[in-house]
Design a protein around this ligand. Structure first.
Ligand code: BG6
Length: 488
């Protein structure tokens, strides 16, 4: 491997994120021979548990959350790395135990897979145990705060002990193969690089749809809502990658500087324009994929008076030279018909139609970047209908140039986002992690919208589970003679 052996300390190792995503991803890295031979994995949690029981628990989770049978050899190598320490993360004294399990002369990566409210406690405990030095890297999970002010508090608590160069803030969308491919697509292909601005592009749509509901996370979700849970991070990160200027290099700060400029250029949405530029929705009962599902307010543990949004659509505008007059429509929601995420670039129409009546105006070329599932890139083009006609007219049809990742790269399994990101932390590359100023800028934009919603006292519009959101989200585009891209 291209990195030194490390001690990987997983705070909150028995929690949901570690069980579902982090441990299975580490296991996959082991399987792909990407974990350095000397690397250890030290699980930390409050429960009293023997190393043997911990290994058993980890194995069960890997079996449950990877959709393949466990490989004996891989598991043997992996289990030999596992270690467990019982620590009450709120008690600074307890962290001394960590010293017996890590070697401070090696690089230590500490993943805080815990609620952000205890990030400060973990930092203080590590400090008390004297395990912090400039080689330690910390990985922070979202949500970092629920608004600008609270995110500053959390970032400050961590900054007291760690320099920004040591902090890796996760947005797992940045580890998705297809999201990364946005950089390759834009900057390695001159056909896109030279057409990527207001001269050629009419508008952009970014949709992240999910068919699932709240999945037993009502408490967390109801405090957050779709805006904080998805728009503040995943959608704004995708938007930044689509809209940013070419970075000088692929190093962390070159990319992050460019993303930050986009976030700074987002036109503010506030009480004066929120009704015209945003739609928020909440699902009521309906049918998703033929199955009847309850409404948001009827989910287990629901507060029946909640006005939390489960759907958001926004017309975002970027006030800079490249994007003047090009709207970016964002849409994300729970209990929509499918799980599909895509970026669709609508190019401008041709100025003049040579082809007669079959198209009063020629349709737009579209570049569809399918982020998930069925990952791929597709371009809609106009093509002559092949063959001879007695009238001599030239008839056109819409056709697709289609790159399907599963067909083109069928040998390769698409790695989970967390596999990619965990590997990048171990290598020590911050390019795919969010810098503090990006997070704070994203909160500034989102807070203003949320404040305007709160001030309006309007409840969210309802939509039936299994539909594409409130009718007003269709109107958001229709009044500008546009419509949402219909995925397959
Ligand atoms: C998480 C959100 O960050 O992303 C969840 O908290 C959401 O609410 C999830 O379901 C979606 O991620 P993915 O990778 O399944 O698209």
């Amino acid at each position: 491997t291209g990195y030194e052996p490390i001690d990987f300390v997983l705070f909150g190792t028995l929690g949901d994120l570690a069980r579902r995503k982090l441990l299975p991803s580490l296991y996959q890295l082991e399987k792909a021979n990407l974990l350095n031979g000397g690397t250890t994995i030290v699980g930390v949690a409050r429960q009293d548990m023997s190393e043997k029981d911990y290994a058993k628990e980890v194995k069960e989770n890997i079996e449950k959350f990877t959709s393949e049978a466990i490989c004996k050899d891989t598991w043997k190598r992996f289990s030999e790395r596992l270690d467990y320490v019982q620590i009450d993360m709120k008690n600074p004294e307890d962290y001394k135990k960590l010293c017996e399990h890590v070697d401070v002369s090696r690089t230590m990566v500490c993943y805080f897979a815990t609620p952000p409210s205890i990030y400060g406690d973990i930092c203080q405990g590590m400090d008390a145990a004297k395990v912090i030095d400039p080689s330690v890297r910390v990985v922070l999970e979202k949500p970092i705060g629920h608004d600008l002010a609270s995110s500053k508090v959390i970032n400050e608590q961590v900054a007291e002990f760690f320099d920004e160069k040591q902090i890796y803030r996760i947005d797992h969308y940045l580890g998705k193969e297809t999201v990364l491919n946005l950089i390759a697509l834009r900057f390695a292909n001159s056909i896109f690089a030279t057409n990527w601005d207001h001269n050629c592009i009419d508008h952009v749509q970014i949709s992240v749809a999910e068919s699932v509901g709240i999945e037993g996370r009502w408490g967390y979700f109801d405090d957050a809502g779709q805006m904080r849970d998805m728009v503040q991070n995943h959608l704004l990160q995708i938007l930044s990658l689509v809209a940013m200027e070419p970075p000088t290099t692929l190093d962390a700060d070159s990319i992050r500087d460019e993303k930050l400029k986009v976030l700074k250029a987002l036109r503010p949405i506030n009480a004066s324009n929120v009704a015209e530029k945003t739609v928020r929705g909440q699902y009521v009962s309906g049918f998703v994929r033929g199955e009847e599902v309850p409404g948001y307010l009827d989910e287990p543990d629901a507060n029946e008076k909640s006005t939390t949004e489960t759907f958001v659509a926004i017309k975002a505008e970027i006030d800079n030279w490249r994007w003047a007059g090009v709207p970016f429509y964002l849409r994300t929601g729970k209990r929509l018909p499918n799980k599909t995420s895509e970026v669709v670039i609508y190019f401008k129409r041709q100025p003049h139609n040579l082809f007669g009546d079959s198209f009063a105006t020629l349709p737009q070329n579209k570049l569809v970047i399918r982020l998930q599932p069925d990952e791929g890139v597709e371009i809609t083009v106009m093509n002559k209908v092949p063959g001879l006609t007695s009238s001599g007219s030239m008839d056109l049809q819409k056709s697709k140039l289609n790159l399907s990742f599963s067909e083109a790269f069928s040998e390769d399994r698409i790695a989970d986002a967390y596999e990619k990101l965990l590997l990048e932390v171990m290598i020590g590359n911050q390019a795919l992690f969010v810098r503090r100023d990006e997070i704070e800028q994203a909160w500034t934009w989102v807070d203003s919208i949320r404040a305007a919603w709160d001030a309006s006292n309007e409840p969210p519009a309802t939509y039936q589970a299994g539909t594409w959101g409130p009718v007003s989200s269709i109107a958001l585009l229709a009044r500008e003679e546009r419509s949402w891209y219909e995925s397959k």
